[in-house]
Ligand binder design. Sequence first.
Ligand code: RTP
Ligand code: MG
Length: 142
Amino acid sequence: MAVERTLSIIKPDAVGKNAIGEIMARFEKAGLQIVAAKMLQLDDAKAGGFYAEHKERPFYKDLVGFMTSGPVVVQVLEGENAILKNRELMGATNPKEADAGTIRADFASSIDANAVHGSDSAESAAREIAYFFETSEICPRG
Ligand code: RTP
Ligand code: MG
């Protein structure tokens, strides 16, 4: 298995629940390293650009509104199979369908306020990491 990087976002609902540390601890306990992290208040342009692939979907406006409703924490996670591993830790998009013990089962309250984002492919990960981080802001361990 290859060492990969993936973009994770702790969304405004989870930041508002004071769950940043608990969520980061799950990544670290699963063997993923946080190699970049920052807290941001997204505006409509930054959040809308991030979710541009969903622009024509009926939930797009609500999604951008939610993602700008409070601060987020964006992170780069690195490790073996990081993209799939993070998606497994997150659980299903709709928390009602998320397996017990996943981040969304424990912290999400609805399909909109669903606690975390994680890149869904290697292509998305590369694009999403570059959307938020300069190369100089990513700090892999030796
Ligand atoms: P994310 O991109 O945030 O990691 O979530 P995901 O891959 O699990 O889900 P995706 O299909 O990419 O959708 C992005 C976000 O849009 C909201 N959504 N709402 N009302 C709906 O039917 C619906 N479908 C998606 C969710 O908040 C989802 O995280
Ligand atoms: Mg997605």
